[in-house]
Design a protein around this ligand. Sequence first.
Ligand code: NBP
Length: 470
Amino acid sequence: MSNAEIGVIGLAVMGANLALNIADNGYKVAVFNRTYARTVEFMKSAGDLVDQLVPCETLEEFIEAIRPPRPVIIMVKAGEPVDMQIALLKPLMTDDDIIIDAGNANFRDTLRREEEMKSTKLTFIGMGVSGGEEGARHGPSIMVGGKQTAYPRVQTVLEAISAKYKGEPCAAWLGENGAGHFVKTIHNGIEYADMQMIAEVYGIMRDRLDMAPADISKVFAKWNEGPLESYLVQITADVLKAVDPKTDKPMIELILDAAGQKGTGRWSAIEALQMGVPATAIEAAVAARSLSAAKDERIHAQDILGLPSGGGSSSSKNDIIADLELALLAGKIAAYAQGFAVMAAASKEFDWGLPMPTIAKIWRAGCIIQSRFLDEISTAFSKEPDVANMVITPSFAKMLSDCDGPLRRIVSDSVLNGNPIPALASAISYFDTYRRAQGTASLIQGQRDFFGAHGFKRIDEEGNHHGPWS
Ligand code: NBP
């Protein structure tokens, strides 16, 4: 019996750093990894924290090492490995112990796992953790789902290890069962969109303005001092100025342009579609990643079609860069508005009562999409918690009005010049559609009735109607 206060299973990047973070905060942590060699390596890298850690070779030893009631964090590959790990843990754990799945679970798996756990007296928490390796080690943003009564049992340790925004912990219980993993999924959807739009803006400076990576890096660094200040813009500047030590060339020019994805962006888009909530920037970003991975197809397509010829523009380089800053800000508004709209719909459907201002608050530090902007979102939702869409709150309506012209010019200029901007282009369409009372879906309803006899509603009569089609 080692009297550890908490256990961590899975010592790859995230689990190892989370365990060190917990140990660093004064807790004694039992650690276990399926392959013991990884545990041995982990202990070698633990430095001064080694005395705070209890390495265990078997699950039995691991459970024995933790003082009951035991909180056990599982941080292994999402999906089947989590189910396998839970199946092995269950018979060893005793009443009141808590299993916390901290990986990037699909929230529907979390719903199922929580249901399955009801046949035992164990408590299950599904917890989203954002911030990557650095966050896990020094303070991530933590999104907790599960029984509200279970949260106080882990709150102290989770708040201790979480990032802090002006002293406030970026950790919170957000709702029952799958709420934490759902919010993490949407966080990742917003992240996909944010990253895609940054990549599009980079592409415009590179291909339209012929700027070198180091010069583009300076632009991003400058923007990071303004309203776009954020973790992602900051690391973009860093990535662009990096030089490959082997060749002395800019690193960015040596990286294959084929993006990977592990599923959370796609799940975001799927859930948005299932909720019937438009999240076009997120969807476009997921699609852009898939297209980027089809490298061979793109090479072939360029061979056949060539690049589009430019349509020209009278704007100067400085004017375009100034417009790009505001266009990127407008794009960012679309991404967050869509993410929050999807969460609002889910909150209603699952009866979570998701606290939007709190979500914005705990994303302000520690996580990948941390930014100055989130403070304004938090304020906007605090003032109007039930607003249908954050773009109609006074501060964002004003911001949008300032960004509208620049976004419009950048989108039209880019389309004319063949610069691919799927997310920025979808953002302007999203705004334009959202604010037009009389849209064009009447035609679609007519078409559906024409080919499928689905019927339509009229503006002047109740009931379902059909058109006079031949
Ligand atoms: P990985 O997702 O790469 O998973 C590796 C870990 O899973 C190892 O500890 C491995 O043990 C264990 N594992 C596997 Br694979 N199959 C297992 C099984 N059947 N039973 C028990 N353990 C098994 O690790 P990660 O990158 O640290 O991510 C962990 C979780 O955190 C994932 O859900 C990930 O999506 C999420 N996440 C990652 C990041 C990030 O930036 N990487 C950020 C936020 C969240 P082994 O050593 O025996 O193979």
